[in-house]
Design a protein around this ligand. Structure first.
Ligand code: CAA
Length: 429
């Protein structure tokens, strides 16, 4: 365990582990089968005081950071990946408020969530606006003291169960950089309805729904930050903060699958010996454990970078999300392999880990988007490394870039510039 975790970090982790082992694990299969929100699990999480771990004390929370959120998500996901996101998605919904809300909005929206009285959902994606998060169509039009919401939101995790919705909508269609805004909407407001409820491969205990708005009036005071046009920036800053949470979910469930595989490999006998005594099984287990440990360290480093407001947060956050979630897919698939035919069956606990793992490579930005974020950051960083060019040999080819050819090309382009300037009758420099 990394030595940089504090006593307080470990205290949150211990509390989450207790809820995971006592309440979540025994109920995981039931709610996966039923595909229903597990209110009894949510109550146990709230009772353990975990709902406000990442929310500052002045807004009713416990004053922890993204690292504490990640430790709790990891522990819950070890027992059930669905419960991991059921919990983490509340952080996703609150981050825009923390990032861009006014003091009054922070008090109003964060207090009931920190106390576990209300749940929140994050509404960015639409049917035709997924990775291209800037191309939203839902609108919010100012009318007196209200914004009037119209349109649909897709993939609202926690939707239906949640009371508060952070909704991203177009407030200025003519603007490119200030087109959208984040607006808080509440369940029960006329014109707000839950649409299609998705039937999912994994994370089945947490609802994912469409939200429909039809002339839904929300007060102007629900516009995040009181300034329109900040929506895209708020969304991107939110995702930078939230992606370590998805990574923790993936890493936690990978750890859970690894533990089942370790135990099963020691218990299952073939050819007169436990399969854990076979080198090929040992190799698989060793690779699984190594990947999970590497993912864990990257998740913690990214979470701490977010908490310390480091400048390279987008890159680290994307890196940990893509590495931990790809790891989860590999590790859970390997765990099913170790269970053999039994691993493929629904009455064994392991195939659920594989189903729960898949979505982590997709939501809060596909891993293709994460690679794009990392690569864009590398391109920027490379500009500060130009001195390295001095150490890279330059190839010279006659007729292409030898000194004579370069001189001739420079003279030709100068002559061309003078001729063009002469023809246009403008002074040359
Ligand atoms: N922080 C602050 N500002 C940022 C930023 C960041 N991390 N990233 C971009 N911006 C700013 C840019 O500086 C730029 O600002 P200006 O216009 O003032 O110059 C503006 O935002 C536009 O930036 P880009 O040109 O980089 O934007 P883009 O259109 O190329 O998109 C993208 C970039 C990374 C692909 C982005 O659209 C993205 O992250 N897409 C994925 C969306 C996503 O993750 N959706 C998941 C939904 S949540 C979910 O899944 C919920 C659930 O169920 C759990």
């Amino acid at each position: 365990m990394p030595g940089f975790l504090t006593k307080q970090n470990l205290e949150w982790r211990a509390r989450a582990r207790e809820v995971a082992e006592k309440v979540v694990r025994p109920l995981a299969a039931k709610y996966d089968r039923l595909q229903e929100y597990p209110w009894e699990i949510k109550e146990a999480i709230a009772k353990a005081g975990l709902m406000g771990v990442w929310i500052p004390k002045e807004y009713g929370g416990s004053g922890g950071g993204v690292i504490d959120l990640c430790l709790c998500v990891e522990e819950l996901s070890r027992a059930c990946g669905g419960v991991g996101v059921l919990y983490a998605v509340n952080a996703l919904g609150t981050f825009p408020v923390l990032v861009g809300g006014t003091e009054e909005q922070k008090h109003r929206f964060l207090n009931p969530i920190a106390k576990g009285e209300k749940l929140i959902s994050f509404g960015l994606s639409e049917k035709f606006a997924g990775s291209d998060a800037a191309s939203l169509r839902a609108t919010a039009v100012r009318d007196g003291d209200s914004y009037v919401l119209n349109g649909e939101k897709k993939w609202n995790t926690n939707g239906g169960a949640a009371d508060i919705y952070t909704v991203f909508a177009v407030t200025d269609p003519s603007s490119k950089s200030r087109r959208t805004s984040a607006i808080m909407a509440e369940k029960g407001t006329p014109g707000f309805t839950i649409g299609k409820v998705e039937d999912k491969m994994g994370i089945r205990c947490v609802p994912v729904v469409e939200i429909h708005f039809e002339n839904c009036r929300v007060p102007v005071k629900n516009l995040l930050g009181d300034v329109p046009g900040m929506g895209f920036k708020h969304a991107m800053q939110t995702l930078d903060m939230a992606r370590p949470g998805v990574a923790a979910q993936a890493m936690g469930l990978a750890q859970g699958a690894l533990e089942y595989a370790m135990v099963y490999a020691g218990y299952r006998e073939q050819f007169g010996a436990p399969i854990s005594s076979f080198q090929m099984i040992q190799g698989i287990l060793a690779d699984m454990a190594t990947r999970v440990e590497a993912a864990r360290n990257l998740v913690y480093v990214a979470a701490l970078a977010v908490d310390q407001k480091e400048s390279n947060v987008s890159k680290l956050s994307a890196m940990c999300k893509l590495f931990a979630t790809d790891t989860a897919m590999e590790v859970t698939t390997d765990a099913v392999q170790i269970f053999g035919g039994y691993g493929y069956m629904r009455d064994y606990p392991i195939e659920k880990y594989m189903r729960d793992a898949k979505i982590t490579q997709i939501y809060e930005g596909t891993n293709q988007v994460q690679r794009m974020v990392v690569a864009r950051s590398l391109v920027k960083e490379s500009l500060g490394l130009k001195h390295l060019l001095d150490f890279i040999p330059k190839e010279v080819q006659k007729g292409v870039n030898d000194p004579e050819t370069l001189k001739r090309l420079a003279e030709e382009s100068k002559r061309l510039a003078e001729e063009t300037a002469g023809a246009l009758d403008v002074p040359t420099t």
